[in-house]
Design a protein around this ligand. Structure first.
Ligand SMILES: C[S@@+](CC[C@H](N)C(=O)[O-])C[C@H]1O[C@@H](n2cnc3c(N)ncnc32)[C@H](O)[C@@H]1O
Length: 300
């Protein structure tokens, strides 16, 4: 099953090591939530989309400030394990609801995936497969709101999800190498459209006067793409809040598919609410880091 990829990615071992390495990343997130939101108000109901292993969120900290918390992901098991790992006590875990098997985009419906696979098996031309995919893309309705019982939330959190929405598509493209090249030519556009739809969904989940906090892994700094060397310069610019310069100097090649465009698109959607921006570097692995841009928006 193509969507099993999320569970496979989350199954990556090394939780303990990652929890320690990601401490400063969690602290950045907690600091924004604290300074912008929790210092002024207690939150009635919060939701985290793409909660997964919850290694980027200090659940105990969050639960001090919210009356209820819904964690949502396609991968249910990772969230269940996260609750155990963060050792929530009875009172804390009573506030938490888990919702698994929720697919955020509505793009990866089983019938659609089966039809693409059949077309490839029937050796239809790559062009006609692409045409089918783009027609499907323009007709999708995620159904996310219905999966969440049409609830509205006083705080909606999403972290590093925009970049992941294209992952199952890359799995489909890899099924048959005769189609990979042609299908991957579309990946950038599809990633951007999925990111835009997801932004609209995020926004519509926010209740009256509610908050949205989303962060985006807009640029990879890694050994494999020879970009680790930029970390020091980016850190220098971060100290001066020169986010625009970082974008201009380092993201000319597009950044991470879905994430950079997702950030820019959400910024435009939220513009009238005067979004607060904060950026930092996420120490993802020893040889891989991400430049993070985040937005915190109050829908008033
Ligand atoms: C990069 S992780 C976010 C970090 C995660 N909170 C953690 O601490 O490990 C992205 C999460 O979004 C989920 N996800 C990505 N695309 C999804 C989709 N289309 N539908 C549902 N969940 C999705 C993945 O399963 C994964 O848990």
């Amino acid at each position: 099953m193509i969507l099993d990829i999320y569970e496979k990615c989350n199954a990556d071992k090394g939780c303990h090591e990652r929890w320690e390495r990601w401490e400063s990343h969690r602290d950045e997130i907690s600091a924004v939530l604290n300074e912008r939101i929790f210092s002024a108000e207690k939150i009635k109901n919060a939701i985290i989309l793409g909660a997964g292993r919850c290694e980027d969120i200090d659940l105990k900290f969050l639960l001090k400030h919210v009356e209820s918390l819904t964690l949502v992901d396609y991968d249910y098991n990772s969230m269940e394990k996260a609750i155990e790992r963060q050792q929530l006590d009875r009172e804390e875990s009573d506030k938490v609801t888990l919702k698994g098997n929720v697919e955020f985009t509505g793009f990866y419906k089983e019938e659609f995936i089966n039809e693409v696979i059949d077309k490839i098996k029937r050796e239809e031309s790559p062009e006609s497969v692409v045409q089918f995919i783009t027609a499907h893309l323009s007709s999708i309705n995620s159904g996310l709101s219905q999966s969440l019982d049409n609830n509205k939330y006083s705080l909606v959190i999403s972290g590093a999800v925009h970049s992941q929405l294209i992952v199952p598509y890359t799995q489909i493209a890899a099924l048959n190498e005769d189609y990979t090249g042609q299908l991957m030519l579309e990946a950038g556009n599809i990633a951007n459209t999925l990111a835009e739809n997801y932004n609209k969904n995020l926004f519509s989940l926010v209740g009256e006067k509610g908050w949205l906090f989303s962060y985006f892994d807009v640029m990879e700094l890694s050994e494999s793409n020879n970009t680790l060397q930029y970390e020091e310069i980016i850190n220098g610019l971060l100290v001066q809040n020169e986010y625009q310069k970082i974008d201009e100097f380092f993201l000319q090649n597009g950044g991470v598919a879905g994430a950079r465009h997702g950030y820019n698109h959400l910024f435009q959607l939220a513009r009238q609410y005067n979004p607060f921006e904060k950026c930092w570097i996420w120490q993802f692995r020893d040889n891989k880091k991400y430049y993070i841009r985040s937005l915190c928006v109050n829908k008033v």
